[in-house]
Design a protein around this ligand. Structure first.
Ligand SMILES: NC(=O)c1ccc[n+]([C@@H]2O[C@H](COP(=O)([O-])OP(=O)(O)OC[C@H]3O[C@@H](n4cnc5c(N)ncnc54)[C@H](OP(=O)(O)O)[C@@H]3O)[C@@H](O)[C@H]2O)c1
Length: 329
């Protein structure tokens, strides 16, 4: 059936300015790391994309290697984009990345000019796009001079293949250098994409301050710790969960009794706040105004609807924050 986006899709979403740029992003964005590959079910991920856009999610995040197999998430996204979102390209922010292993030989990984330019060309072909809105270097490369990688990001913008550029997985010191080089080149860094959740707090010890000072946005990935920060593992490992799937990046061994005890206590607090744990975990990140957007993943359309209810309560009392710290200690 043909898809027509909901007429009221911009009414309930909050849009936050990305650092000091002109771009606004939805406070919740959708990532296509899992559940959009050739191993997944087309009707399911198609419905997820429709529902997300209907609820004001304008930003979809990809990378060259998302699948499995690698590249298939971009292919599938591209197909749905052209089939269902025809005429809506200017209402979408599409990002992709390169930096992890993608093809054999010395030019299919890390951060050289050869790899990044070739990889983005491949991504554009897979998605059948003329340009992406944001192109990221996916992880720092210890062997390629940072100047070469940043000059390539600048080149890609000047060639019109990306409108903005970003960094992912760069620690504070590396990020500071990269942001400085990009500024000198005249292509400011738009955004940084770090891993950040209640279970992964490293950005709080300097990166967030740096990004604020430099006017760079921040879009944390895996804000639900890949699904751990929900109530789904409290009664065992469900068959349709990421931890159970053989190709998922969350392993059953990560669902330890210690982690489960934290989840149980956090879940109790969420219930008292009249939220699901997923909603509370997202609200807890979004309460910090330095955060531009939280980058969620979902395996089912209902998870989009559930997670977006996080906006109903993003306020935390001092007592609640203290209790969360105690649980996470
Ligand atoms: N830059 C990088 O290096 C990097 C790395 C990783 C991810 N990312 C980006 O970040 C995006 C999000 O990462 P992620 O998928 O790990 O995020 P996440 O939001 O932490 O985890 C997503 C998983 O949580 C579960 N879930 C989501 N909403 C739920 C809800 N309301 N109730 C119950 N369970 C819920 C689902 O698990 P089930 O599948 O078990 O249902 C879903 O697959 C990726 O798609 C990608 O775009 C970037």
């Amino acid at each position: 059936m043909a898809y027509t986006p909901a007429y009221n899709r911009y009414q309930s979403m909050e849009y936050r300015r990305c650092g000091k740029s002109g771009l606004k992003l939805p406070a919740v964005s959708l990532g296509l790391w899992h559940n959009f590959g050739h191993v997944d079910v087309l009707d399911n991920y198609r419905r997820i994309l429709h529902l997300a856009f209907d609820q004001g999610i304008t930003h979809f995040d990809l990378a060259n290697n998302y699948g499995p197999p690698p590249g298939s998430a971009e292919e599938n996204f591209g197909r749905i984009l052209h089939q269902d979102f025809h005429g809506y390209r200017d209402q979408l922010i599409i990002s992709t990345k390169a930096g992890y292993y993608m093809w054999e030989g010395p030019y299919g990984d890390w951060g050289s000019k050869k790899y990044l330019v070739s990889s983005l060309d491949q991504s554009l072909r897979r998605m059948k796009l003329d340009y992406v809105d944001i192109f990221y270097h996916h992880r720092p490369d210890p062997d390629t001079p940072l100047e070469e990688t940043m000059a390539t990001l600048d080149l890609i913008v000047r060639q019109g293949k990306a409108l903005y550029v970003g960094l992912s997985n760069y620690k504070q010191e590396e990020a500071a250098k990269a942001i400085g080089i990009l500024r000198q080149l005249g292509t400011p860094c738009l955004i940084h994409q770090p891993k950040y959740s209640m279970f992964e707090r490293w950005v709080e010890t300097g990166l967030l301050d740096l990004l604020e000072k430099e006017g760079v946005g921040c879009i944390p990935f895996s804000p639900l710790a890949q699904g751990l920060l929900t109530n789904k593992y409290l009664k065992g490992i469900p068959e349709d969960s990421r931890a159970h799937k053989s190709h998922g990046f969350l392993k059953e061994e990560q669902v330890t009794p210690e982690v489960l005890e934290k989840i149980r206590r956090l879940n109790e607090l969420a219930i008292k706040r009249d939220q699901t744990l997923a909603q509370m975990a997202l609200a807890w990140i979004l309460r910090d105004k330095r955060i531009t957007s939280v980058l969620i993943g979902v395996s089912k359309p209902e998870q989009v609807t559930d997670s977006l209810q996080c906006f109903r309560n993003t306020w935390f009392s001092e007592d609640e924050l203290r209790l969360i710290e105690e649980i996470l200690r």
